[in-house]
Design a protein around this ligand. Structure first.
Ligand code: ADP
Ligand code: MG
Length: 238
């Protein structure tokens, strides 16, 4: 079975008639488990629309998306394969945003354990999973702390642990390094690469951060809703 994520001929039209906007035009992408790719393009090129389609936040107009070996959307075959898009987002897709968005009244462990709990895993197993991830991300010593007691870098590592909590086949990262200086931005990319390979997750990083673009081995450029794949420099993360 084909793992990772594959997008074929994906199109998205907003509105209809004279005012319709074709935000995505037959986009193709394929990301293997363990791979981190960049998605780069100017404002208005379709980056957010593509992430929202992948994240099952909006419905594409046409095309096909396969996640972890399963077709999740097929425009020729009735659209979404599941009626429960909330469960799809919660259990099968990890999200990392520009800000960590931790829940202030839960400690670090429960911030990470919450998603497996919501997915129906027992509390003990969910917390054990959270601790394992916090260890992998070097923040296990902060497991009982409140988010407000953490540094910005620690908060972001916790948000990465949270994205991995349900072992999703894909993680969507929207400008995860935008507010960071060069050293911290590269540290985040290093962590994303480690986690992708350790947990065999495919990671898509939407960015226009010049500091991290040279680190990608593969980059998708998007312009006017069309993607072009490029071999990146893939040099700078060691
Ligand atoms: P990016 O994230 O790369 O800046 P977007 O995906 O936000 O690009 O937008 C792609 C195109 O789709 C733009 O022309 C934008 O104006 C249009 N667009 C985005 N969202 C909507 C919407 N909800 N309704 C109509 N047009 C939209
Ligand atoms: Mg955008």
């Amino acid at each position: 079975m084909e793992q990772g994520i594959r997008i074929e001929g994906l199109s998205k039209r907003y509105g209809e008639g004279d005012t319709a906007v074709d935000a995505l035009k037959e986009v193709n992408m394929s990301i293997a488990p363990g791979e981190v790719v960049g998605l780069v393009g100017p404002s208005g090129s379709g980056k957010t629309t593509l992430l929202k389609c992948l994240g099952a936040v909006i419905e594409p107009t046409r095309g096909r998306m396969t996640l972890g070996g399963e077709v999740i959307y097929d425009g020729e075959q009735g659209g979404w394969k599941t009626k429960d898009l909330r469960a799809l987002r919660r259990d099968r897709i990890g999200f990392i945003f520009q800000a960590p968005y931790l829940i202030p009244f839960l400690d670090v462990t429960d911030n990470v354990a919450l998603l497996p709990m919501l997915a129906g895993r027992p509390n003990g197993a969910s917390r054990a999973r959270a601790l394992e991830l916090l260890q992998a991300l070097d923040v296990a010593h902060r497991a009982r702390a409140q988010p407000s007691e953490l540094s910005g870098g620690e908060q972001q590592r916790v948000s990465i642990a949270r994205a991995l909590a349900n072992q999703p086949p894909v993680i969507l990262a929207d400008e995860p390094t935008a507010p960071l200086d060069s050293e911290r931005a590269l540290a985040v990319v290093r962590i994303l690469n480690q986690m992708a390979s350790q947990y065999q997750t495919a990671i898509i990083v939407v960015t226009h951060d010049e500091k991290i673009i040279p680190t990608f081995k593969r980059i998708y450029h998007i312009r006017d809703g069309r993607t072009v794949e490029e071999v990146g420099e893939g040099r700078g993360i060691s």
